[in-house]
Design a protein around this ligand. Structure first.
Ligand SMILES: *[C@@H]1O[C@H](CO)[C@@H](O)[C@H](O)[C@H]1NC(C)=O
Ligand SMILES: *[C@@H]1O[C@H](CO)[C@@H](O)[C@H](O)[C@H]1NC(C)=O
Ligand SMILES: *[C@@H]1O[C@H](CO)[C@@H](O)[C@H](O)[C@H]1NC(C)=O
Ligand SMILES: *[C@@H]1O[C@H](CO)[C@@H](O)[C@H](O)[C@H]1NC(C)=O
Ligand SMILES: *[C@@H]1O[C@H](CO)[C@@H](O)[C@H](O)[C@H]1NC(C)=O
Length: 451
């Protein structure tokens, strides 16, 4: 199966390269693609230069139908690309043209710096649309240049799209620096909303004013080979945030920023994360969940073959007091920690103000496994911390081959557990005697709260 794909890819690559079009985003979902199996296409090889999704030519593109028919270069629509001219109108026009044909490509070519203001790129469009940035694409630089009439919540919005690819060899420069110092929360950089079968690959995305990428209410997302970067002290600059989003693969990406590397909000399921390097960051987070007594359902999340370095947390699940719902089927496996505070943490008392009351309901956590998690922790906090809710215990936590050593100095506090039940398949280092065997008596009352 793999073999066949590779042959196909090579044939196509040769076919394409005979005409010196440098458009690499010819990839789109094959029509015979069954269901939301995007993650099946992930590459296990982080150094591979080939796109891991299968670039299959559309049936309508016969040889002789020049591929340039479907390429809409923004410079042909009047974009200047000198880093100061406003190229928004050109991008909108190129988008409209590319959107209207099958497998259309909006191309922002290399060697240009395009500046566009806050824009909603909305569908529906014909399938196979590619938004390809080979140059630099950026928003106006700072609050003084931001048009007053523009949304200050987000910059690029992709809305109601199906089978779209956002790719290229270029850079999305967020120009976040002047926003970080402000007390207000500025805009997110890129927001995908109510869309399906998306591919985001290859790009460098940096210096976002707030979250770099947010996926909200989407189905079928493949994220690959991204390089996301903001300074360690830039506030709220989460790398990739998903919520209400199902069937997600995040592979072979490098993320360093000032907040969560990847955050998984309520309503997410079937998320597979593999081959990610995080740091500096606040680690990979599930949550926060259950804010304002809301229901949160998160299930079937796998994080594998990942490294977290110089970060405030490693792998974290955080919920507020008073929520309902459940987090279940969570697997953290083959994770290397390097100088990380709170390597493994469950915090069911998450609170931003320190004034949150304990409440009787809580999001229920169950079937969470930690396997082969090794490396070093920053001794400022215990490497393992399970603070489960008073009323709703965490159950079926599995620990296997968890070995964490001080990065420097000696551990002062022992691992902490509160109301947490599970098993240790091997001896955990440092030992966690506080994890309780079996199941709590009160478990009968606990359900998945309707998830
Ligand atoms: C490549 O495309 C250009 C214009 O689209 C055409 O003139 C040229 O003949 C093509 N070359 C090949 C090798 O097909
Ligand atoms: C080229 O392909 C497009 C679809 O990608 C199709 O709409 C168009 O009719 C084709 N043109 C020719 C000359 O075959
Ligand atoms: C869990 O998610 C993976 C993808 O990450 C998927 O292949 C698998 O079928 C899902 N399992 C269930 C029980 O839905
Ligand atoms: C909430 O409960 C936890 C665990 O029993 C306890 O440590 C904490 O002090 C309580 N917080 C408040 C505000 O009562
Ligand atoms: C405990 O969780 C694991 C997954 O981590 C699951 O395979 C197993 O069935 C669960 N055990 C029980 C008793 O629910």
């Amino acid at each position: 199966m793999e073999q066949t794909h590779w042959h196909l890819i090579i044939v196509i690559t040769i076919a394409l390269s005979q005409n010196s079009s440098n458009v690499e985003g010819r990839a789109h979902f094959h029509k015979e693609h069954k269901g939301p199996s995007v993650y099946a296409l992930s590459s296990q090889d982080p150094v591979s230069q080939s796109p891991a999704y299968s670039p299959v030519q559309s049936d309508t593109n016969e040889p002789g139908n020049s591929s340039s028919d479907c390429i809409f270069d923004v410079t042909s629509f009047g974009a200047i690309g000198d880093g100061s001219a406003d190229d928004t109108a050109a991008f909108r026009a190129a988008w409209k043209a590319a959107c209207d044909i099958e497998s259309g490509v909006l191309l922002a070519p290399s060697n240009y710096i395009f500046m566009i203001t806050s824009t909603i790129f909305s569908g529906p469009c014909k399938p196979g649309l590619v938004f390809q940035v080979d140059g630099v694409l950026m928003p106006p630089n700072g609050p003084d240049c931001w048009p007053k009439s523009d949304s200050n919540r987000e910059w690029l919005v992709f809305y109601r799209l199906d089978q779209m690819t956002f790719t290229g060899t270029g850079t999305i420069e967020g120009n976040g620096e002047q926003w970080w110092e402000l007390p207000c929360k500025p805009h997110r950089l890129i927001h995908f909303f109510m869309s399906s079968d998306l591919v985001v690959s290859g790009l460098r995305i940096q210096n976002s004013p707030q979250f770099h990428m947010k996926f909200d209410s989407c189905t079928g997302v493949l994220i690959e080979k991204l390089f996301i970067s903001s300074p360690k002290l830039s506030p709220n600059t989460d790398g990739i945030h998903i919520e209400g989003t199902k069937h997600v693969g995040i592979y072979n990406s490098v993320i360093g920023n000032g907040d969560d590397c990847i955050s998984i909000g309520p309503g997410c399921s079937n998320v597979d994360i593999d081959g990610v390097t995080c740091g500096p960051s606040h680690g990979i987070s599930i949550g926060s969940l259950g804010v304002h007594n809301s229901q949160a359902c998160v299930s079937n999340i796998t994080v594998r073959n990942t490294m977290v370095k110089d970060s405030d947390n490693g792998v974290r699940i955080k919920t507020w007091q008073g929520g309902t719902g459940s987090v279940s089927g969570i697997s953290f496996e083959n994770i290397e920690m390097n100088n990380v505070r709170n390597c493994i943490i469950i915090d069911q008392y998450y609170c931003l103000t320190k004034a949150c009351r304990n409440q009787t309901s809580a999001v229920y956590l169950t079937d969470v496994s930690y396997r082969n998690i090794k490396g070093t922790y920053d001794v400022h906090s215990p490497p393992i911390h399970f603070a489960c809710s008073d009323t709703v215990p965490c159950t079926n936590i599995t620990m296997s081959e968890v070995e964490l050593l001080p990065h420097e100095g000696e551990l002062v506090d022992d691992p902490f557990c509160w109301n947490s039940y599970g098993i240790q398949e091997t001896l955990t280092i440092p030992p966690i005697d506080c994890l309780q065997d079996g199941e709590p008596d009160s478990l009968a009352e606990v359900s998945t709260y309707g998830c």
